[in-house]
Structure formats: structure tokens, C-alpha cells
Design a protein around this ligand. Structure first.
Ligand code: 3UK
Length: 508
């Protein structure tokens, strides 16, 4: 289907205000432990925050607003406030450290920030590092300077900015193969496009569904699955600040969740609780972020009776573009292109390869990659086709099978970790002479980060040193990026020109 959008479009009007205007304001929109917001509640709060942004914080259309919080209702209210005011939302992973946040602020030219009080310290350190960030407010605490106090004084009415459908409304950050995060720009119409493609054709949700899941809202998998998709059909969503498998299970039971979004690792762990899961209201389960092994699909079906819906998405594409409905599932395959998208497997010259041949995955559709000021745009998008960096094959029936990443990105428990970024962090430690980081296969996490380290003369190659280096990385970058395996070596394989040969470490 060719999607047509009007010239003027604001996704907040479509996803939030329209439900209230249609008389559905009293339907439950967001639930969290101890809290229920209707669609009218969310709109009231988003309007007040939009007024605070414009009147108190001097926001003008096009300003970028850093959003920092674990998955909670106020984060959603802030996100919609930014949409309403015509700003650009830059949601960030809660665990990021000041060093990483500064890079995002610099690349995104971020001037405003709305931050959960629980993340105030790292936000303070970031603000000290950059003059760009000028307007900052914190929420989820009580005090005269809080966002909530300003909301009390603000009007609950706000006329959404009459944005163009191709005005940028969000920047999605990737961790980047070179370790430097890349910002991808998405328009108001992109937000609506993903709501019109995958959900109605694959997920098929209804207004009575209750969504729940683990991906952070800063990850577009989470934003779509836990906010945009439920709201596009007037359903409700459950937000959990911590969503480890046991916490997810408790949430599924307590809130009578019917639709679950999480990563393969989490499904493998949850499958052990099959007896309890069978007694819940769960009916649809979506897996994305990393390849879903056929064994995990079988395990989940066996444990719960539910066929998993797999889907590959990417920050560059905003959301899922190859997937399948439950009845069409094929073990080991990601599925077929989502209606609205085309996909093919190509060689290095961009020519389509015959069925059952491994090549690079290329996709085309209503959403696509627009890197913000990054020269890699021309290697990602060629003739309108997005080349995702994944090695895939398509079988004779048109099913797409994931093979591997074509670069050195490590995906561990659904987190994308760029090897060079971990290397950079390790190199800052005085005991390290040089190092190389790769992803090695792991039963539970898909991959784990492994570091090969050459120590400086006189340093001890022992368990204490391993622990020291691991702790050091956790302090320097987001803790989930630390090397779970460390091997000491005398030298690293390099080319004549001094370039690291990571493939040799993989072979070893
Ligand atoms: C890998 C998969 C095999 C693949 C994402 C759903 O993961 C998302 O975005 P990222 O930018 O990473 C993209 C890369 O992750 N991948 C994701 N899903 C699958 N590999 N099977 C899958 N089902 O390498 C891809 O290029 O972090 C996922 C929705 C929105 C997203 N942003």
C-alpha cells in the first residue's frame, strides 16, 4: 500500500488528541505501578509541559530536547509535549554516562533537557561539559523548581503546532559501528507510517489490548511497541522502570497484559515460568533487536502455547520492516517484508543475488535512513535502498533468514555495543598498552563483549586485573558495555599499515 499523508501533520494530534476529541478521553492510556492515566490525563499533562517548554523554557520549533528517564508515564508526557510544541525529541538510554551524553548533545545540538530526578547526577555532569544545554528541568520529585511545580502553574490547554508532515520530530541515536553515535532523523509522517504498516498487518492489536515490555523508550523498538502502537489503536500500555524477566512476569499478571515486547534473551529466561504464563491474559509476543534462534521460538511455543512474532527493525528505519504473522512463522526465518516495505538481498555492487545466496540486506519503504550530518548516509542509502549492514539470505518462498552482522557491532542481550567504544574506554586505563574488542557467541546473551588486552610492562595478568579493568569500563561508559571476558595477550594481529585485524581474533 502506498501511504499518503497530508502536507500538515502533527503526530501528537493523531495519536493523542484525536482520541480525546472522539470521546475516548476516559479510556485508560498508561498504567504503571500505583498509577493509571487516561487519554485525557495524558493530554492534560502533555499540554501543561508543552506550555512550560514554550513559555518558561523558551522553546521554539526545531529546538532539540533531551529526554532522560526510565520507562515511566512522565517520560511519555514529555515526549508528547515536545511533539505538540514542534520540538525534536532526543530520548536517551537511562544508563548513559556524561561522556556519552555530551557527544549526543554536541551532535544533536541539544538546547533543552527534561530529566527524571533519579538521573540528575549524570545530567549535572553533562551540563558542566557543554555550553549548548541551556534549559533544564527535572521531574518525578517534589520541589519548587520541579517540572511538576511549573505544570501546576501552566494551562492545560495547548494548540498543537501546525507542523509539516516532513518536519523532523525525533532523533534516534545508534551506537554506531565506529563507536561515534550517529543521529537518525525521523519526521512526523514517519511516526504515523510505522503505525500504519506493521501493527495492522502483523500484530493486529485492538483497543482492548494491554501492552507491556522491556525495551527502553529511547530505543525506537520500545517507543513504537510500548507507546506509538498501543496509542494508535486507543489501547493501553504498562510502563515498568525495571523490566527484568521476573518483573515482566509480575507486570503481566498484575496488569492483565495481552501483548508483550521483549528480546530473545528475555523470552529464553521467561520460558521457565511457562505454567504461570499460561494462566495470564497474554496472547501476542513480539521479539526483535537480535536474531531469534529457532530453538527459542520452539521453547516459547512449548512453554506458553504462543507462536512468537519475530521482526527485524533498525533505528535508521525507525521500526520493523521484515516480520510475519504467527500463522506464517518459519523457524529460523525473520519473515517477509512488512506491507509497505520491499526487501532484497544484494551483492557488494547492489545487484540482487539469487535465492538461497547470502548477501547484504537492502530495504525500501515509507521510512528510511536520514543520518544527521554524517557522511555514512551515502553508504547506507543507495538509489533509495537502505543497506542495513546485515548479512541475510532469501529462500525460494521469499522468506528472509538472518546470517550475521556485516560489521563489528556486538549485540548482547539486545543492547548494541560498538567494539571500538569499549576499546576506547579500556585504553584510558593506565595499565593498558593496547586492546581489541569483539563479540563472542553466548548461549544466554546472544553475544558477549570480549576484550583482548596487552598490558604495560610490569603489570600483573591476574584475576584482580580483570576485575579492575571491568570496573573501570563500567565507570567510563554505560555499564552494560563492559567486557564480560578478558584475555591477556602479548600482541594484537595488525596489518602492515597498522590496522587491527579483528577477524583473526574471531578465528582464534
Ligand atoms: C539487528 C535483528 C535479526 C540487526 C530495532 C525493532 O534493533 C533495532 O534497532 P537497532 O538500530 O539495531 C538494528 C540491528 O539489530 N536486529 C534487530 N532485530 C533483529 N537481527 N533478527 C531480528 N529480529 O542487525 C539490525 O540491523 O538497535 C528493532 C524495532 C526498532 C529497532 N530500532
Amino acid at each position: 500500500p502506498e501511504l499518503q499523508f497530508p502536507e500538515r501533520l502533527n503526530c501528537a494530534t493523531e495519536l493523542l488528541d484525536k482520541h480525546v476529541a472522539a470521546g475516548h478521553g476516559d479510556r485508560v492510556c498508561i498504567r504503571a505501578p500505583g498509577l493509571t492515566w487516561t487519554y485525557a490525563d495524558l493530554r492534560d499533562k502533555a499540554n501543561r509541559i508543552a506550555n512550560v517548554l514554550v513559555q518558561d523554557m523558551g522553546l521554539v520549533p526545531g529546538n532539540r530536547v533531551l529526554l532522560r528517564a526510565p520507562n515511566n508515564p512522565m517520560l511519555v508526557a514529555c515526549w508528547f509535549a515536545v511533539m505538540k510544541a514542534g520540538g525534536i525529541a532526543v530520548a536517551t538510554m537511562p544508563l548513559l554516562r556524561a561522556k556519552e551524553l555530551k557527544a549526543i548533545v554536541d551532535i544533536g545540538q541539544v538546547s533543552h533537557a527534561l530529566c527524571d530526578a533519579s538521573l540528575a547526577e549524570e545530567m549535572r555532569l553533562t551540563a558542566l561539559e557543554t555550553p549548548l544545554l541551556r534549559h533544564l528541568r527535572h521531574f518525578n520529585y517534589e520541589g519548587p523548581d520541579s517540572l511538576e511545580a511549573a505544570m501546576e502553574r501552566a494551562s492545560p490547554y495547548f494548540d498543537n503546532l501546525d507542523t509539516a508532515s516532513d518536519d523532523t520530530c525525533l532523533l534516534g541515536f545508534t551506537s554506531g559501528t565506529t563507536g561515534v553515535p550517529k543521529a537518525t532523523m525521523h519526521f512526523h509522517r514517519d511516526v504515523m507510517a510505522i503505525c500504519h504498516c506493521w501493527p495492522p498487518h502483523v500484530l493486529k492489536p485492538t483497543a482492548d489490548d494491554v501492552f507491556i515490555g522491556s525495551p527502553p523508550l529511547a530505543f525506537t523498538f520500545g517507543l513504537g511497541g510500548l507507546v506509538l502502537f498501543p496509542m494508535s489503536v486507543g489501547a493501553s500500555t504498562v510502563l515498568l522502570e525495571k523490566a527484568s524477566p521476573p518483573q515482566l512476569l509480575d507486570g503481566i499478571k498484575e496488569f492483565h497484559a495481552t501483548v508483550l515486547f521483549t528480546a530473545p534473551t528475555s523470552y529464553r529466561t521467561l520460558a521457565a515460568r511457562g505454567i504461570e504464563l499460561k494462566r495470564t491474559h497474554l496472547r501476542k509476543c513480539v521479539s526483535a533487536g537480535e536474531a531469534l534462534p529457532a530453538s527459542t521460538r520452539a521453547l516459547w511455543k512449548e512453554a506458553t502455547g504462543i507462536e512468537l512474532i519475530d521482526g527485524i527493525g533498525a533505528t535508521e528505519m525507525l521500526h520493523i520492516f521484515i516480520s510475519h504473522t504467527e500463522d506464517k512463522a518459519r523457524p529460523g526465518a525473520t519473515g517477509k517484508p512488512v506491507p509497505g516495505y520491499q526487501a532484497k538481498v544484494v551483492d557488494d555492487d547492489g545487484n540482487e543475488v539469487p535465492p538461497d545466496t547470502v548477501g547484504k540486506l537492502a530495504v525500501k519503504g515509507p521510512t528510511g535512513c536520514r543520518y544527521l550530518a554524517d557522511e555514512r548516509q551515502k553508504t547506507y542509502v543507495k538509489n533509495g535502498w537502505n543497506v542495513t549492514g546485515d548479512a541475510y539470505l532469501m529462500d525460494a518462498d521469499g522468506y528472509f533468514f538472518y546470517q550475521a552482522r556485516t560489521d563489528d557491532m556486538i549485540i548482547s542481550s539486545g543492547y548494541n555495543i560498538a567494539a571500538p567504544e569499549v576499546e576506547d574506554a579500556l585504553m584510558l586505563h593506565p595499565a593498558v598498552a593496547e586492546c581489541a574488542v569483539i563479540g563472542v557467541p553466548d548461549e544466554e546473551r546472544g553475544q558477549i563483549v570480549k576484550a583482548f588486552v596487552v598490558l604495560r610492562p610490569g603489570q600483573e595478568q591476574d584475576a584482580a586485573m580483570v576485575k579492575t579493568l571491568q570496573d573501570f569500563v563500567k565507570q567510563t561508559v554505560a555499564p552494560y558495555k563492559y567486557p564480560r571476558a578478558v584475555e591477556f595477550v602479548d600482541k594484537l594481529p595488525r596489518t602492515q599499515t597498522g590496522k587491527l585485524q579483528r577477524f583473526k581474533l574471531h578465528e582464534a
